[in-house]
Structures are given as structure tokens and as C-alpha cells.
Ligand binder design. Structure first.
Ligand SMILES: Cc1ncc(COP(=O)(O)O)c(C=O)c1O
Length: 346
């Protein structure tokens, strides 16, 4: 079977020096020395203020919580995303509003957000970096400047690919299947040191100077996960190169088919192709596939009551509704032979 996703994480030998460090420190959580080192190396890499948490979902939840919005405040998001984007909004007691995506980039763009703002007011917009495709951060900075709406970019799968804005909050997932995977983990990045400090406090129950100032949660990254992160940082350049090679081989073979690949991507998270007609079943060819973000969120039983606002006339979201995509195997262990076999079978 050709697997859909195969994590590319450090080996035991690469991990061992960091695990020994934990042994010596006897410090396992609560912002220990490995978490501090991991955060400081990430700060250098991304050149911004940041804090780590235990998942991409926590990163979204705590960012929303730190905004201190009144219960029921509206948050705009694409209906074409992973469920965590909407569950985070609901979990914090805010009101999600679904909208459509751009037909070419499959992103909720600043242009769409402005069109919706002509119809309803909302306090936050969560543009998603669909399948790793980066959001236009300068345009979002301008959007925030013009409208005062908070922009929280859900860049779960775009570590290393999503530039950090001056006025946007950006969250990443470090789940094992992501390009930069550490098992479980998340990251909140923002230009504002105070905001990051608040999120960090919220990830530790809401403690500040020994007392709880606001209701928080326990979303701290453990020293073990930081150990994986530190080992993974040493392999990062190599991972990026490998993913670029796999992407380019795919483009070569997909060009021989009539299928449209995803838009150009620097560090693709996953690879989806647009299918005209019936979705091919490839399991009998020993190829694992998945329809990512399918069905659209408004078709999940838990989310059917969420309001939809279309950039067009009614509450119909035509691009999301009609997008027919198939996710193909995409990971660094794929060979050219396997990619050629997959594309031939499409
Ligand atoms: C768009 C999006 N947001 C949020 C998440 C949640 O991240 P995590 O699994 O780290 O909680 C994911 C996970 O894949 C995602 O794809």
C-alpha cells in the first residue's frame, strides 16, 4: 500500500542527546529549559514573538480567548477547512459564520472578507492556509488597518511557508503529519509581545504572578515534545528540500494527465488534485487517497445550524460546494517510481 502521509520525525539517535538533557534536569513541563530553548530557536527562525502550546487547536482556542471578546461575537471562517477551526470558535463561546473560498487559491481571501463585511459585521476573521498554501499577509495587515477586524491566520499546516504579519496573529500545528511535526504541538506567533504573554499565561491555567487573573487552560508543551522539536529543527532544511523534490516530481507526472494540481507551493503540506467527473477509487491499486476537508463543514451534523454568508447573493457557497478534490499520497518517503505509478492510475 502506498501510504497517504508518513511522518518524518527524528530518529531515536537524533533524540537521545535531548532526552539525556531531560534526565539531567529532572524538569518535565511548565516552561522548562528545553521548551525555552525550542522557543528561542523558533523566535530566531521566524523573527517574531511566539509561544508554544500542546496543539494547533489549543493555539486557536487560546488566541481567541486572549482577545477577550464578548460571548457570541461573530468570527468569519471558510467552510472549506479542518473542523478544528470551527470547534475552537464554538469552544470559546463565539459565533462562527461560514463563507466561501477563492476558486483558484482555495483560500478565504481579504477580498472575500471585505465583500462579507458589506453584508454583516464581525469581530474576527480566520483565514486558513489551505493545504499549506500561504495567505497574503500584507493584504491581511492592510485589511486589519482598514476595518479593525482582528485577523487570526490558521496556518496549521504552513510552518515555514506562512510569512508573519505585522498586525495578524498566526497559529501553526506541529502535529506528526505536518511538514514540521513533533508528535503533538502548536505555536502562536504575533508581533505583539503583550498578546503572546497573555496567551502563555492562559496556557498555564491563567496564572500570572502566582494568582489566576483569567480563566485559562492547561495547554503547555512538555519537555519531551520540545526535545523532538529541537531535534526536528536540525533536520528542517533537509525536510524542506525533500518536500520540494517530491512536489516537483509530482508536477512532472501530473503534467502528463489532464488533472489540475494545487496552486504553486513552497513547502506543500499535502497534495490535492482537482477531479472533473467521478472521484477515482485507488485502494484496489494499493494507493491510499483522501478527500481532505470533505464534506464541507456545513454538512457535518454538528455544524448544520451555523450561519452561511456568501460573497454572492444568498447563503449558497458555490466554490466550496462544487470543489471536487482528491488528496494523493504526499510525504518524504515517496519514490519517483511510486509517484509515476500513482499518476498513471489517475
Ligand atoms: C486547518 C487546521 N486547523 C487546525 C488544525 C488542528 O491542529 P492540531 O491537530 O495540531 O490540533 C488542523 C489539523 O490538521 C488543521 O488542518
Amino acid at each position: 500500500m502506498i501510504q497517504l502521509l508518513v511522518p518524518d520525525l527524528p530518529t531515536i539517535e537524533e533524540l537521545l542527546p535531548w532526552l539525556k538533557w531531560i534526565d539531567n534536569n529532572k524538569w518535565y513541563s511548565n516552561f522548562g529549559p528545553l521548551v525555552q530553548k525550542f522557543e528561542s530557536e523558533l523566535t530566531e527562525l521566524l523573527d517574531s514573538n511566539l509561544t508554544t502550546v500542546n496543539s494547533g487547536t489549543s493555539a486557536l482556542e487560546l488566541s481567541l480567548l486572549a482577545l477577550e471578546l464578548p460571548i457570541g461575537s461573530k468570527v468569519l471562517l471558510p467552510a472549506f477547512t479542518f473542523p478544528a477551526t470551527v470547534t475552537a470558535i464554538k469552544y470559546i463561546g463565539l459565533q462562527p459564520v461560514f463563507t466561501d473560498i477563492d476558486p483558484n487559491s482555495w483560500l478565504l481571501t481579504p477580498n472575500i472578507a471585505r465583500q462579507i463585511l458589506d453584508k454583516i459585521t464581525y469581530d474576527v476573521v480566520i483565514p486558513v492556509t489551505t493545504f499549506g498554501h500561504p495567505q497574503p499577509v500584507d493584504e491581511w495587515d492592510q485589511f486589519n488597518k482598514d476595518t479593525n477586524v482582528t485577523v487570526l491566520i490558521d496556518a496549521a499546516s504552513s510552518f515555514g511557508n506562512q510569512p508573519i504579519g505585522k498586525r495578524c496573529i498566526t497559529t501553526f500545528s506541529l502535529h506528526a503529519t505536518k511538514a514540521f511535526g513533533i508528535g503533538e504541538g502548536g505555536l502562536i506567533v504575533a508581533n505583539c509581545a503583550d498578546f503572546i504573554q497573555q496567551v502563555r499565561a492562559l496556557s498555564n491555567f491563567g496564572f500570572e504572578n502566582g494568582v489566576i487573573v483569567r480563566y485559562g487552560s492547561n495547554a503547555k508543551l512538555s519537555e519531551y515534545h520540545a526535545a523532538v522539536g529541537l531535534a526536528q529543527l536540525k533536520r528542517w532544511e533537509q525536510i524542506v528540500q525533500k518536500r520540494e523534490v517530491i512536489w516537483n516530481i509530482y508536477q512532472k507526472y501530473l503534467a502528463k494527465t489532464s488533472l489540475q494540481s494545487m496552486p504553486e507551493n513552497h513547502i506543500p503540506a499535502i497534495l490535492s488534485v482537482k477531479i472533473n467527473g467521478n472521484i477515482p477509487i485507488l485502494t484496489n491499486k494499493q494507493i491510499k487517497t483522501r478527500r481532505w476537508y470533505y464534506p464541507p463543514l456545513y454538512k457535518h451534523p454538528a455544524f448544520t445550524d451555523i450561519v452561511k454568508i456568501s460573497p454572492q447573493e444568498n447563503d449558497y457557497l458555490p466554490i466550496t460546494e462544487n470543489l471536487s478534490l482528491l488528496g494523493l499520497p504526499f510525504h518524504t518517503s515517496l519514490t519517483e517510481e511510486e509517484i509515476s505509478y500513482i499518476c498513471n492510475n489517475l
